[in-house]
Each structure stands twice: as structure tokens, then as C-alpha cells.
Design a protein around this ligand. Sequence first.
Ligand SMILES: O=C(O)CCC(=O)C(=O)O
Ligand SMILES: [Fe+2]
Length: 357
Amino acid sequence: MDFDPPFQETYKAIFQDSISSITDNGHQNPNNLMVEEYELPVIDLSHLFMETSTSRDDQYCNNNNKKNNEEVVVKEIVDAARNWGFFEVVNHGIPEQVLKCIKYEQKKVFHQPFHQKSHKNVLNLSPNSYRWGNPKATSLNQLSWSEAIHISLTDISKMDNIQHNSLRLAIEEFGNKAFSLAKNLAGILAGNLGVSCSYFEENCPPNSSYVRLNRYPPCPYSSNLQMFGLVPHTDSDFLSVVSQDDVGGLQLFKDERWVAVKPNPRALVINIGDLFQALSNGVYKSIRHRVVASSGGSERFSAAYFYCPNIDARIESCSDRQSSLYRDFTFREYKSQIQKDVQDTGDKVGLPRINEA
Ligand SMILES: O=C(O)CCC(=O)C(=O)O
Ligand SMILES: [Fe+2]
């Protein structure tokens, strides 16, 4: 397809090496990326957003029920963040129309010819906003068979070309709705730690977050090579909200092994990021996850919202200094350390940098 990035030409040497090492060993590649499928905990948020009824008696009963239901949902959210670091939400407040719209627009933009996406700064955003593969990859396990548009919500006003109006509106709408959802969830998780939810009011304004649109083109090598759509990583934010389609491919590292997440397009995936793990002193888990390259001719799309603080926000572990696993740091410091590690080694180190004294 003329819209697919030139993976095969660019990484020819890597593919040849990997294929010949399988042939030389004289056996089929055990595809370790085929793993058991799990259903994530699914949490119904409708009780958190439930309206009260009109009659006073009804209102009294409903208020009591509402409080009980709310307590149950809060416990489900806290337990999932502690035990899984990943969960799914339904009745989450982001209208289906908004999710359909972003999927439609992202498909449209990714289906433009590759030379247009890569050579012209087609969306008027920063030059590295459109990404594919991994320029630093020297081996198969560093290579992501995907392309992405990474958008800082501060920059969204730069998308002022009339041609991109509908994409811009879709991103803004998705960003606004995901912001409310992320803020509510962060407030609940913070409340359980005894951290004031004003922390998020003060440190996470709406435009400090990012939206990332992902496309995973079908990969011709995925039946005999272990190909990632997105290499294993943790997210560098407080929490992420991900809308995925029904193709599947997302996997997470749970209890010392990789498990596949059963796709559920009705639900949004929520995962805890590094900043919440640090803030919670390790109570909430930022779990490694990856995407397996798409096979069987289907492309996969996802849209992720990364709930981030402003660049100079301080992240302090909520426990007392003696038992704290992490030193205080700013988001700026964290991001530049990650950038440096990726530059130097091709990999992000992440939180282990923060528990070094
Ligand atoms: O595509 C997905 O399901 C996950 C995407 C992801 O992990 C990311 O963009 O950080
Ligand atoms: Fe991620």
C-alpha cells in the first residue's frame, strides 16, 4: 500500500538476520507472542455519574443506594489499580459518537500516501509528531511495526489548516472527554492514598496531556517472526485512556508472564502510568505492556490519551520520607532522562532512575 511506511526496505538487514537465524537453527520459530487471553476487570462507571431522582423519599433512598454503589465502584477501581495496573471501563462518559469519529478521522489521515505523512509537515505540528518504526532499532525486539501521530494538546491550535478541521475537532472532543474521565479516576485513586484531589486540579491542566493515534498495519512477517506492533513499555504519565477496535494485539505483563487482553470495543482500557506509581509509592502499578504486530491482513487502530502534569510539576511519593521508594522529581526531569536513555541505548529506563539515590 502506498500509505504503509517502508518497514521492509528500511529494516531489511534486521529481517534477513532474523530469518536466517531461524533457518540456520533448523527449527520453526516458537512464536512466544501467542499467549493466553485474559479478560481485564470491567468496571461500570454509571453509578459514579448517576443523577438523583425527583421525589424526596426516592431521593433519600437513591442517595443511600448511590453512596453504597459509589463505594463499591471506588473499591473496584482502587483494587484494579493495585492488583492489575490495568482495567476496562464501561459507561465511562465518552459518547460512542466521539470514539467513532476519532477512528474515522485517524483512518483518513493514516491512509494518505506515506510521502505526504512523512515529508510534508502535514498537520502543521512539531516535526516528530508523525512517527513510525524505530530509527534506533538494531534488532527485531526494538522494532515497532506501527505508525503514530503524537499530539501535545498545547499544540492543537497549530492544526489550523482548514483541510484538517474535522481531525482537529475529533481530537479536541476526544481530549476533552478523556480529560474529565482521567481527572475523575485520578481523584478517586488519589483520595484513597490520602492525597488531595486538588493536586490534579493544580498540576494537570487540560492542555498538558497528549493524544496518540496509533495504526498497526498488517505485518507479512508476523507468522514466522516475533514482531511487535509496539515494543514493551510502560507509560510515562499518571494514567492512560485507550480506545481500541476489535482486532486485538494488546498484551500486558502479569504475574511474571505476558497475557493477551481480549479486545472489547465497548469498553475503554485504563492503565496506570509511571507517575502514579511514584506518587502512590508503588501502591498502584505501572505495568509493562506491548502490542503484537497485526497479522492476517487486518490493520488495527487505537487512540490513547495520556493524562500528564505540566512540565514543571513535582511528583512526590505520598509516603513519609524514610519509607519512600522514590525521590522527588519534576516531570521535565523525568522526560529528559527518558529521552537521553532512548537516545543512548534505544530503550527507556523509566522509574528505576528515580529510586537511585
Ligand atoms: O494500541 C494499544 O492498545 C496500546 C497503545 C499504547 O500502549 C501506547 O500508545 O502507549
Ligand atoms: Fe502504552
